[in-house]
Write a protein of this length. Structure first.
Length: 282
């Protein structure tokens, strides 16, 4: 995946300002990689090209894909899929429908709830494509898809308190090995888990929760993958974007680079791999 950068840093040195004057607009927004080795490591890459004749290749960062089918291509059987949303708000329904049509099975779904009706996540469950659900509120809204599969013993449930499920994903994103929480102490949710008394209170060890894929919903994006959300539709989207190996987002609108207020960007593009526009602006 192309890497965004503005400065090149050489160990032990800060590059002279003159180096940056040589950088073109394209270089500032592109990935630069060596195709030949140059001994003059104390110069920035742009200067190396002119001084040493080293050949540099540029790849413009563009994470846009043309369709939801292309967006979910390559998701494998047995994947752990982080599905953002709170109830019906901030859910990537178009990507979930595309995943259903794509055919991946034996999925583990991590979400706040277990879907509604017979669309999106619920449709995946009804089709027998989900092996396990890790969620906080399996019985909310029209949860008939979950209930039928659970009663038939074709679906496994791991119940996780809402704050804990979010923190487990954040721990995965931060590269942490887990954390102790008092939330599920003295309950069935603590069975089989390591416990420790901290400051006179029993805590339960919670492991990080990482996804192979995250299916996200945002309001606006640029081609770098910077995202903004509409109010509560933000919910689990930012933490799931950081906790997955492959983060895919459906957006209502694509905007030009620089159009998004940096202070409003809740998910930086470095965490996003694929962006697809859905709805009326597709």
């Amino acid at each position: 995946m192309p890497v965004q950068f503005l400065v090149a840093k050489i160990p032990g040195e800060i590059l002279p300002k003159a180096c940056f004057a040589a950088a073109s607009d394209a270089a500032r927004e592109c990935q630069i990689r060596f195709t030949s080795v140059c001994p003059l490591r104390r110069f920035c890459l742009v200067c190396l090209a002119s001084i040493c004749g080293s050949r540099l290749e540029f790849e413009v960062i563009d994470k846009r894909v043309k369709s939801v089918e292309e967006a979910v291509a390559g998701i494998r059987d047995g994947s752990t899929v982080l599905v953002a949303g709170f109830g019906i708000v901030g859910v990537a329904d178009h990507l979930l429908e595309a995943l259903h049509d794509q055919g991946a099975k034996d999925l583990t779904i991590v979400a706040n709830n277990s879907g509604n009706g017979d669309y999106g996540l619920a449709r995946l469950i009804n089709s027998g494509r989900v092996r396990k659900v890790i969620c906080s509120y399996p019985r909310s809204g029209d949860y008939s898809a979950f209930l039928n599969a659970y009663k038939a013993k074709t679906l496994e449930l791991e119940l996780v308190p809402q704050g804990t499920i979010s923190e487990r994903m954040r721990a995965a994103a931060a590269g942490l090995g887990g954390f102790f929480s008092p939330v599920s102490a003295h309950t069935k949710l603590a069975e089989g888990k390591e416990t420790r008394e901290i400051d006179g209170r029993l805590h339960v060890f919670e492991k990080p929760l990482r996804g192979d894929v995250a299916l996200l919903k945002a309001n606006k994006a640029d081609r770098w993958g910077n995202l903004t959300y509409l109010k509560s539709a933000r919910n689990f989207n930012p933490v799931m974007a950081m906790a997955a190996e492959l983060s895919i987002v459906e957006v209502d609108e694509m905007v030009d680079l620089g159009a998004l207020d940096p202070e409003a960007v809740a998910t930086p593009g470095v965490f996003i791999d694929r962006v697809v526009v859905v709805g009326g602006n597709a």
